[in-house]
Design a protein around this ligand. Structure first.
Ligand code: HAM
Length: 418
């Protein structure tokens, strides 16, 4: 046996129903909020992420599945969707064809991380992006979409955390204050933090090393260093959320692990995931489109980890099997009539199964039970003689004879609960 690669996984029947549920809910919400789907390649040029996600990020420095292809080009499996969606927006001049560009995508991403519960090397994101809209109401709408997704999936005890990391004008002042506050404590921080202090000081807030925490807790907060436009923007985002009754908490440490963020950043945290507790995360990125060669357009979005949403679903959600009919044929004539009925049921939109090998009624009924069929339709010699079919309700055990011509609509009615 050649096993699957570490950190990747098969999604099997029994679990796939949960994935389908999450995808259905996500798509339905996007439709309601006016987002259209696009799909981009899984493989891209390495430089798209070096430039987009950022040279100093862990993703680019340590986690990319990057390699030289047979033509000598540096390519990578995508570690996130945002730079790909920005590339597609620029490459196809989407702002011409979709002036209010609100897009979403669903698909696999790849990061060479240490696998654990909720963290994989191939994982899937549901990703939403908005381009060219600056109003704080757009930030609030994106956050509302994220919150509504979690609510619609009935994921309890989740928490929305919010921060603002400022813009190119006010961030340098905050970084200076940060480094000044670190002062003599800097050499006492971990090696990673010492590196971060040089390359991207904000990333120090991401540090998980226990011994560093008392020092990091004393550091200044980005919201106290926002310039006037950034402060006004952030106040308006919070006011919109309050107006809608969406609960949020300010988190000073929410700087997020990617380079492109400006102003609003947010995450929704779950309770059941242990260390990997971010169900989704996102924020505004007002310089990225231009940095990737496009027009000067703002952007905002988020991505949810599909595996984490599936893990956080409440017990029993998405596992209800589709209502199914099972057709039992007895004897050669019964079986050939049963095959006809099977096809009629399927043509009428009813999920129906049948045992194809000639077997006795008991074996067939057993199989109907195993498949959790909701109704069984029995066609034997007696039924053929009478011109009817025996319908057995598998929940109550009740049986009734139904005229052959009536059996398909009667089954469909019973399965739809009327
Ligand atoms: P991110 O925080 O790196 O942001 O990832 C978003 C979500 O993807 C996380 O909250 C988590 O649920 C899931 N995720 C990330 N890495 C893994 C992993 N190794 N295994 C399982 N799930 C994972 C982004 O990717 C940004 N592109 C989000 C964004 C969109 N910002 C603006 N627009």
């Amino acid at each position: 046996m050649i096993p699957a690669i570490r950190g990747t996984h098969d999604i099997l029947p029994g679990e796939i129903e949960k994935w389908q549920l999450v995808e259905r809910v996500a798509r339905a919400l996007c439709e309601r909020y006016g987002y259209v789907e696009i799909r981009t390649p899984i493989i891209e040029r390495e430089e798209l992420f070096a430039k987009g996600t950022g040279e100093t990020t862990d993703i680019v420095q340590k986690e990319m599945y990057a390699f030289t292809d047979k033509g000598g080009e540096r390519v990578t499996l995508r570690p996130e969707a945002t730079p790909s969606l920005v590339r597609a927006y620029v490459e196809h001049s989407l702002e011409q064809t979709l002036p209010a560009t609100k897009i979403f995508t669903l698909g696999p991403m790849f990061r060479y991380e240490r696998p654990q519960k909720g963290r994989y090397r191939q994982f899937h994101q549901f990703d939403v992006e908005v381009f060219g809209m600056n109003d704080p109401a757009v930030d609030a709408e994106v956050i509302d979409l994220a919150w509504s997704l979690i609510q619609a999936l009935q994921i309890a005890q989740s928490e929305l955390v919010l921060n603002s990391v400022g813009c190119a004008n006010c961030r340098p002042r905050f970084q200076e204050a940060l480094l000044a506050a670190l002062g003599e404590d800097l050499p006492r921080l971990c090696q990673d933090c010492q590196r971060r202090a040089k390359t991207n000081p904000l990333r120090i807030y991401d540090c998980k090393v226990e011994a560093d925490q008392p020092i990091i807790d004393r550091l200044p907060h980005s919201v106290d260093y926002l310039c006037e436009p950034c402060a006004t923007h952030f106040a308006a985002v919070r006011a919109h959320l309050d107006g809608w009754g969406i609960p949020w908490k300010l988190s000073h440490r929410l700087v997020r692990g990617l380079d492109y963020y400006t102003r609003t950043t947010f995450e929704i945290l779950g309770q059941t995931l242990g260390a990997q507790n971010a169900l989704l995360g996102g924020g505004r990125y007002d310089g990225l489109v231009k940095d990737l060669g496009g027009p000067d357009r703002t952007g905002i979005g988020f991505a949810a980890g599909m595996e984490r949403l599936v893990l956080a679903l409440p017990e029993g959600v998405g596992v209800e099997p589709a209502p199914r009919a099972f057709v039992v044929g007895i004897g050669d004539d019964g079986r050939s009539e049963a095959l006809k009925l099977l096809r009629e049921l399927r043509q009428a939109g009813v999920a129906a199964q049948m045992e194809f090998e000639a077997r006795g009624i008991r074996a067939q009924m057993k199989r109907a039970d195993r498949l959790a069929a909701r109704v069984t339709l029995i066609v034997g010699g007696d039924e053929l003689a009478r011109g009817d079919v025996t319908l057995r309700d598998m929940r109550t055990g009740e049986q009734q004879s139904i005229a052959r011509g009536e059996v398909v609509p009667a089954t469909a009615r019973l399965l739809s609960g009327t």
